[in-house]
Design a protein around this ligand. Sequence first.
Ligand code: GLN
Length: 447
Amino acid sequence: NIIKRIEQVEDEVKSFILFTPELALEQARLVDEKIAKGEDPGPLAGIPMALKDNICTEGIKTTCASKMLENFTPPYDATVTQRLREAGAILLGKCNMDEFAMGSSTEHSIFHATKNPWDRTKVSGGSSGGSSAAVAAGEAYFTLGTDTGGSVRQPASFCGVVGLKPTYGLVSRYGVVSFASSLDQVGTLTKDVKDSALVLNTIVGHDEKDSTSYKGEKIDYLKDIQKGVQGLKIGVPKEFMEQDLSPEVKKTFEDALDTLKGLGAQWESVSLPHSEYALGVYYIISSAEGSSNMSCYDGIRYGYRTEDFESLEELYKKSRGEAFGPEVVRRILLGTYVLSAGKYEPYYKKAMQIRTLIREDFDRAFEKYDVLLSPTSLSPTYPLGIKTEDPLEGYFTDTATVPVNLAGLPALSIPAGFSKEGLPIGLQLIGKAFDEKTLLQAAYAFE
Ligand code: GLN
């Protein structure tokens, strides 16, 4: 049925880069066989899902929506892919994204832009826009995305679904194509909070293949999810509220605070004094790490190679020049600039110092509060095409999401209302490091 659904709506929404119905049916047959033999088919047996196209899938192309990897078929699964397979989930295909996860609208893909299922003249958000649109359009029961500066939460907010970015290190990054290694985290996109907990349960757990993987004990995120918010202390970051929020987002936010109060939670305004620097710090650090991660694409080891070259130098230059799109080139230029001699101290080093101050702001807030609440994005989704001309316009939409990645914290976006035009508006809950449990309980009560 879901295959039929995809066939019906995919032309309009374009969530997928690659749709693999035959492979899905084959996997479903294997699950049936297990059940027939009386074996345990796994907690997600038969559940159809899809993965962002920067998550490696053995024998299935993983392109990062880039000409550079257009024909790259990984010989192995990412750890998250493998865990989902073992849990019995059925892979339907690979979801569209901004090239190498750099962007906020899923318009920077070499294949096509993904449209917002609620209004197909608007963007789905990004960079995991294919993953969020697929869930919103009923093309998958859940999907995985990645979040370096908001790429799971912002498209979740634009498409009216739940998007969870776990604490840095909780979910293995092995087999996930890196953008900025100290910020990247795999996240879930689901219809509701319970599904997020269920999927999170299957993808967490220590992984030797990722040196930053968390070694703590495994927690059951579904257990006690209905605990409620009675007595919960919520902090509202003042600086996030002082930004240029659209009136509809503001109203949705204020209504949410009333609802939470009604459910027995208390809230207060809290200051995160360094958050005004977060956006600048994020674009310096993510581009620096991104430019370094992009250096492996040299036209030699794997990926695109130019056809016509006379020297090694020319091979590098032409392969990279022909295969990287403009947004990726922009990040590489910015990243190499802030890492170059003479610029390292005033930009990169300073950004790292401010990153520590941003983390300390959150530490102080969490001495007093259990969770923090803010809008996910300054506005609901916007028309396709309007922010591609001026890249800075696109960067400014990430103000509430990037501080969370800089501090390595867990956060999720939940649907909280609609604009007059009928566009979804999401709110962001931020939790203490490795306290996804409280975060999910608070979100569930709100739902
Ligand atoms: N929009 C942000 C950027 O362009 C975040 C991307 C992400 O989280 N992958 O860098």
